[in-house]
Structures are given as C-alpha cells and as structure tokens.
Write a protein that binds this ligand. Structure first.
Ligand SMILES: Nc1ncnc2c1ncn2[C@@H]1O[C@H](COP(=O)(O)OP(=O)(O)OP(=O)(O)O)[C@@H](O)[C@H]1O
Ligand SMILES: O=P(O)(O)OC[C@H]1O[C@H](OP(=O)(O)OP(=O)(O)O)[C@H](O)[C@@H]1O
Length: 213
C-alpha cells in the first residue's frame, strides 16, 4: 500500500475502535502507543503519513465532513442521524453489527393517542414513523433508553439491539425492525479528490482486509 499524502483517520473510542484496529493492522497500519493505556487523542502510527484521532462515535461524521479527518469509521445509525453531508460512504466494514429497532413492554395497551417514543435516534425515528403515516412525539434521550417505558416516560423506545439481552433484562421485547446497522468507512469529499491516490490505496487495502474476514 503506497500512501504519500498525510491521512488522518477518525475513530470512535468504544467497540468500533476494538474492531477496526485488526482491520487496520491487516493493512499494515498500527498505532505506536498502546491505545488501551494512552490518554492521547492523536495516535501516531508505524506509517509516518497516517495518524488516528480518537473521538466520540457520534462526532465522527462531523470531523470527516469538515475535513478535520480525511477518513473515519462510523455506525450506520450515526450516519443516518447525521445525514451524510460532505461524506462518501464507500465501504461496509461489517463490524459492530446490530439492528435499529422499535421496542416496548409486551402486550402493552398503546391506546389511540399520539405515541411517545424515547430515543437517541431522533431523525431516524421521525422518518420511520412518518413513512408509516404515524404522528409520534419523540423524547430525546442520550442513553439507557430501556428505562423510559418502565417508568412511564414513553410508550416505546427506538434503540440498537444486538443479542437482545438488554431488552430482556428490562422486561422489554423487540417489536419492529427499522434498519440493519454496521460500521462504515466514510471519506471526506474534498480529500477524495485532493488525496485520491493515498485515499484509494487505503480504501482498497481495507476492502481486501474486510473480504479476507
Ligand atoms: N450492542 C451493540 N452491538 C453491536 N454494535 C453496537 C452495539 N451498540 C452500538 N453499536 C454500534 O457501535 C457504535 C458505537 O457504539 P459505542 O457504544 O461504542 O458508542 P456510543 O456510546 O453509542 O456513542 P457515543 O460515545 O457517541 O455516545 C454505534 O453507533 C453502533 O453502530
Ligand atoms: O442487545 P444487546 O446485545 O443487549 O445490545 C444492545 C445495547 O447495546 C447498546 O448499548 P451499549 O452497550 O453500547 O451501552 P451504551 O449505549 O451505554 O454505550 C444499545 O444502546 C443497547 O442498550
């Protein structure tokens, strides 16, 4: 892989980071500091031209949109909320797989009124219910969505489900499937043009790393 232009890759710290590192390693890109112990937010790599910036998952599209990072890895849930402006989304990395779902208390009597939905995913939720011709009241939360129906804050939630254990542990059931989610490589549109050779070299290497499983 030949990279001559400087490339900054935005990675979220949580589960996506853990799953992306082995893919980057297969492309021959490895951080110099141990990301488990380092408190640094900018990590140099064994490739002098490539550095990693560590940010919140939901901030990745913003960094890449504004060109503060040339590339990034973000969950499809986050990209659906952001809207994808200024970004290309050329590769599904097949990691951090889960589903965006509507969930609630089993056999709850939801009544005829406007449903209240608690979620972090306001835009995706709005779009999903609007497409069904349903008017809903959305209550924006930042986490622990599963609690909302249990304490009467909402009728339903929209959240990510992987094993279903979190729903089960809170006596909730999945009700409707909104979207399959996985992490995607995103690329700044200007970097795609101005650093085309280096960006496509990394993209091709990552594509092979994903295909190799
Ligand atoms: N249980 C899960 N199983 C698989 N993938 C998941 C799961 N939960 C979240 N994800 C995916 O991983 C991404 C990052 O999740 P993570 O939990 O690391 O960050 P977060 O805490 O949701 O985000 P932020 O730090 O911005 O609050 C999500 O955007 C989603 O695409
Ligand atoms: O179906 P499961 O396998 O139980 O996974 C689903 C849970 O995972 C995510 O939370 P996460 O563990 O990332 O916690 P956080 O939202 O507080 O970061 C998501 O928000 C669900 O609560």
């Amino acid at each position: 892989m030949h990279i001559d232009a400087p490339l900054t890759i935005a990675l979220p710290k949580g589960r996506i980071f853990d799953d992306t590192l082995p893919l980057l390693a297969r492309c021959g890109v490895e951080p110099l500091d141990d990301p488990q112990t380092s408190r640094k937010l900018i990590l140099e790599t064994n490739r002098p031209q490539v550095k990693l910036v560590l940010i919140r998952a939901s901030d990745v599209p913003t960094y890449v949109q504004y060109g503060a990072a040339d590339l990034g890895v973000a969950g499809k849930d986050v990209l659906m909320e952001h809207g994808g402006e200024g970004l290309y989304e050329p590769l599904d990395l097949g990691i951090a797989r889960c589903r965006l779902m509507v969930a609630g208390i089993p056999d709850a009597d939801l009544g005829p009124g406007r449903l209240r939905i608690a979620t972090k995913f306001v835009h995706s939720t709005e779009r999903y219910f609007a497409a069904q011709g349903k008017q809903v009241e959305i209550i924006k939360l930042y986490g622990s969505m599963e609690l909302a129906p249990l304490v009467g804050l909402s009728d339903l939630i929209v959240d990510l489900v992987e094993s279903g254990n979190t729903l089960k542990a809170n006596g909730l059931v999945p009700l409707e499937h909104i979207a399959d989610i996985s992490a995607r490589l995103v690329i700044n549109k200007a970097s795609w043009k101005t650093k085309h050779g280096s960006v496509t070299a990394l993209l091709d290497a990552l594509r092979q790393a994903v295909a190799a499983g």
